[in-house]
Ligand binder design. Structure first.
Ligand code: FES
Length: 403
């Protein structure tokens, strides 16, 4: 075969795998002696942990606080890793002896990371372990740890339409703040029509900023949708397929991006069917943890209340008691065993572990495993619940975590 596509010879291409295998088999097993520039860049862009300081805390009302995080050079972080508007960072905290993490969308824009800060806004709803802790305890000057930016709730010209209808509820506004700032700054180039649902006009977060951005930038438009009162200049009711169609371009494709509480995703999943848009144009941010699998229609149920989980991390093994209503990740955290995790929604793959034996349940809503995971018993422990005694192998985080 002598087809040549540009500089690519098809024979060479077909032999790539064999060639690669040969090179790997013949390579030295000695550790690398130098640092490759590509590894340095990769580490800068995708650090596992970033050590930050809290530079400002702003009470936004509605039990929500805004935090400005800046690098903490004393702990080795000298810059904010760059990101794409819409991504999130995970916050790590040790609460009651457990190392836990939660993902929060970055509200600031990528250009602001280059200026040296991230902004996140967190609502203290009273029942969120980390959100409550952060809102009650974080103060200016505190040292905190976060992950590198991660997530796929971002705009892509190759996949998404020229106009994005943003559907936000409550503190789900944050990635749209990042999108709007990035558009106004010229770093993103799409039309954002934000439908932002709140109960009352007083509960709207980032209202002044959005009004200002919309006044200054023709690519940003915001429509406030309030459910518990009627007011001139506001849409009344809930965000629905009908409302989306009212503000979407009539003659062009559009994307719909959704971010908010779990109830909003469940509702919008049904409204999506009425929109008649391609699946690729309908995007949802992380669903978050499911705290009770009994709420899921596909849950087969479990006749035990607790099970035993035997956990191996490297060469250490421990058996713990686990509540069947806790995800495996939550059960490990309660037992003081830290496991790698970020999205806690079955999406990022960071918590991927090996199921050695036992029966488990993964809610359809959080099913993010690949074919290889099904074949080789890979599970996302943040999105998996025990149905029987289990044996699992979990990757380590920063050393030994089986105590
Ligand atoms: S933490 Fe992301 S898949 Fe489990």
């Amino acid at each position: 075969m002598s087809n040549v596509i540009g500089n690519l010879d098809v024979n060479t291409f077909l032999n790539t795998n064999d060639e690669r295998k040969k090179i790997i088999e013949n390579a030295s097993a000695a550790p690398l002696t130098g640092t490759f520039p590509v590894n340095v860049v990769a580490k800068r862009l995708h650090p596992n942990r970033q050590y930050m300081k809290i530079a400002a805390v702003t009470d936004m009302g509605q039990n929500t606080k805004k935090f400005r995080l800046v690098p903490n050079p004393d702990r080795g972080t000298t810059e904010c890793a760059y990101f794409i508007a819409g991504q999130y960072i995970s916050v790590f905290e040790t609460i009651k002896g457990m190392e836990v993490n939660r993902a929060y969308s970055i509200a600031s824009a990528p250009f602001e990371a280059l200026e040296g800060f991230y902004e996140i806004a967190i609502k203290n709803s009273g029942d969120g372990l980390v959100s409550t802790y952060v809102c009650d305890n974080w103060k200016v000057g505190d040292e905190v740890e976060v992950s590198g930016p991660i997530g796929s709730f971002a705009y892509s010209r190759l996949r998404d339409a020229e106009t994005v209808i943003g559907v936000a509820g409550g503190s789900g506004i944050t990635p749209f703040v990042s999108f709007a700032r990035a558009i106004a700054h010229g770093d993103e180039n799409f039309n954002l029509v934000l439908l932002y649902g709140s109960r009352t006009a007083d509960e709207i977060l980032y209202k002044d900023e959005f009004d200002k951005l919309a006044a200054e930038c023709s690519k940003v438009k915001v429509v406030h949708v309030i459910s518990d009162e009627e007011k001139e200049g506001f849409e009344h009711g809930f965000i629905s397929a009908e409302l989306i169609k009212k503000y979407a371009p009539a003659d062009k494709p559009y994307s719909v991006f959704v971010c908010g509480p779990q109830g909003l995703y469940d509702f919008m999943d049904k409204e999506y069917e009425k929109l008649g848009i391609a699946k690729k144009f309908f995007r949802e941010e992380l669903y978050g943890e499911i705290h009770d699998p009994n709420t899921q229609s596909d849950y087969p149920g479990c006749d035990q209340k607790t099970v035993k989980i035997t956990v191996s991390v490297r060469d250490r093994t421990r058996t713990i008691d686990a509540d069947v209503n806790d995800s495996i990740l939550q059960a490990l955290e309660k037992a003081g065993i830290a496991a790698p995790a970020s999205c806690r929604s079955g999406e990022c793959g960071l918590c991927r572990s090996q199921l050695v034996s036992g029966e488990v349940y993964c809610p359809k809503k959080l099913e993010g495993r690949r074919l290889a995971d099904f074949k080789f018993n890979g599970i996302h422990i943040c999105a998996t619940y025990p149905l029987s005694d289990l044996e699992i192998e979990v990757p380590p985080v920063k050393g030994i975590y089986v105590q």
